[in-house]
Design a protein around this ligand. Structure first.
Ligand SMILES: *Cc1c(COP(=O)(O)O)cnc(C)c1O
Length: 489
């Protein structure tokens, strides 16, 4: 209650200049985004003709799968051949078709509903991938001004873009207002900044209220961002304050919908029961629709229900049955139709994670007392999820093991000088020879976009398999790229 009083309605107005001051405007002199240099694509040889097509040999669920010859294939292209053809290791390798299939799964699930599939750019910001997703009809979900600039460079329709975040900067909000993207309101100060941005550009900003649905943590203990302890969103009890503030500032903001995002995880066992993520989407959607009814009762014309992202994938490759986009949409379909809403979803991981491997080379194998290590050239610099969250990503060798290869339990580690530098722990694998290819699966989301240059391991190149050809979709970083930051100093 005390906190609520800190933000009385009156407090918002005096702090917001009615006319943009010269100083405020001078903050935004050059918001235009420089044209992107055309990226050259390098077509390597097409190898699909001489390789057995893995997908035809057996039924595989995944774009990366073992062929009958024991080699790993990506859409019919042997990963070993790709390794031999590219300029350096490690590198990221994607299946363009798998990206398409993942989008199609959402489109199919959304049939009969008005909808926007907003791809969460933070999961993977490769420009070529963004252009492909845009071509497939996706909108974009942004968490920074630069992501908005990149989305515009990739040709996304700003009217299908949503700007999210708990600490959106005023200058980024000005750009968002200018481009007329949807903005999610996260807090009282965020609302003030949005109003200021609207005044600076002289446009009314379409906003959604990000409501923290506070789904029961007893029922859903693994929800990271949809409950009271989360730093995201506004609390239920504050809703009326926000509605009053929106009414006060109706010439600057136009409330068009509500948003929630429950955070990502897939399934966890609770008392040996598999809880699927869709239960919780349904619970959250029911709460959100109640909010919509309440808000509409006060005369607002709400059109959008945004249920965020968060659908998981089978990182463990155990064949677990995971909720599909169809399962997810079916849990909310009737609710959406009953209120005549447009559904916005914000998938990141479930669109891109399973389309990619990080391809590494084995530098050597060693034993320290009781532990065995496979040391590879890739590391936490290229792929930090295991080190950062203890995330599991499946690991495979790209070629069949030698007949006498001893199967043992290994930690798979990189060369970076940190004990936390591992890609996998306690993995049972045949002892690989030096130079053997080793992939970390499901590396499409939150891997390259989180890559760093720690230990001066420069960011790796990216390729995708497109129609049987391997095409470069991002250059590897070079030392010149690093030393350029010191030019002229
Ligand atoms: C990160 C994020 C997403 C995407 O989540 P995934 O788990 O990758 O699907 C969607 N919406 C918001 C607001 C996010 O912060």
């Amino acid at each position: 209650m005390a906190a609520a009083q800190l933000f009385s309605r009156a407090s918002i107005s005096p702090q917001i200049p009615h006319k943009p001051t010269a100083a405020a405007l001078s903050l935004y002199p050059s918001l235009r985004f420089p044209a992107f240099p055309r990226l050259k694509t390098l077509a390597l040889r097409a190898v699909s003709s001489q390789a057995p097509r893995a997908a035809e040999a057996t039924e595989f669920r995944h774009c990366f799968s073992k062929g009958e010859d024991g080699f790993l294939y990506c859409d019919g292209v042997r990963v070993q051949d790709v390794m031999e053809g590219v300029e350096r290791s490690p590198f990221y390798l994607y299946s363009k078709d798998q990206i398409t299939r993942n989008v199609e799964a959402y489109k199919e699930a959304l049939q009969g509903l008005r909808s926007v599939v907003g791809y969460a750019i933070k999961a993977n910001n490769n420009l070529k991938i963004l252009e492909h997703l845009r071509g497939l009809g996706c909108g974009a979900v942004l968490v920074s001004g630069n992501e908005l600039r990149l989305a515009l460079a990739a040709g996304f329709d700003p009217k299908r873009c949503i700007f999210n975040g708990n600490g959106k900067m005023l200058e980024d909000l000005v750009l968002a207002a200018e481009k007329e993207v949807f903005v999610n309101v996260d807090s009282e100060f965020d609302l003030e900044n949005i109003v200021t941005a609207a005044r600076v550009v002289g446009k009314r900003v379409p906003v959604l209220l990000r409501i923290n649905p506070d789904v029961d943590p007893q029922v859903h203990p693994y929800v990271a961002t949809g409950n009271k302890t989360s730093k995201f969103g506004i609390r239920n009890e504050k809703l009326q304050w926000f509605l009053d503030a929106v009414k006060t500032h109706s010439s600057e903001i136009n409330l068009v919908g509500v948003h929630c995002h429950l955070g990502s995880t897939i399934t966890k066992t609770k008392q040996n029961r598999l809880i699927t993520k869709v239960d919780i989407f349904r619970d959250a959607a029911v709460l959100m629709v109640n909010f919509i009814d309440q808000i509409r009762a006060q005369g607002f014309q709400l059109e959008y229900l945004n249920i965020g992202g968060g659908l998981g994938i089978d990182y463990h490759h155990t064949g677990a049955v995971l909720p599909t986009p169809m399962d997810l949409i079916n849990t909310v379909r009737e609710l959406v139709l009953s209120r005549d809403l447009t559904l916005i979803i914000e998938p990141g991981r479930s669109l891109i994670a399973n389309t990619c491997c990080l391809v590494n080379k084995v530098t050597g194998v060693k034993t320290n007392g009781t532990k065995n290590f496979i040391v590879i050239d890739g590391s936490m610099a290229e792929l930090i999820r295991p080190s950062l969250y203890g995330a599991y990503q499946h690991i495979d060798l790209v070629s069949p093991p030698a007949a006498d290869a001893h199967v043992a339990t290994f930690d798979v580690v990189g060369p970076v000088c940190e004990s936390a530098d591992f890609l996998g722990k306690d993995r049972e694998l045949p002892t690989p020879a030096k130079g053997t290819g080793l992939v970390v699966h499901d590396a499409g989301a939150y891997c390259m976009s989180m890559a760093s240059t720690y230990n001066l391991k420069l960011r790796p190149p990216e390729y995708w398999v497109d129609n049987g050809s391997v095409v470069k979709i991002r250059h590897g970083e070079k030392m010149e790229d690093f030393t350029r930051f010191f030019d002229g100093l």
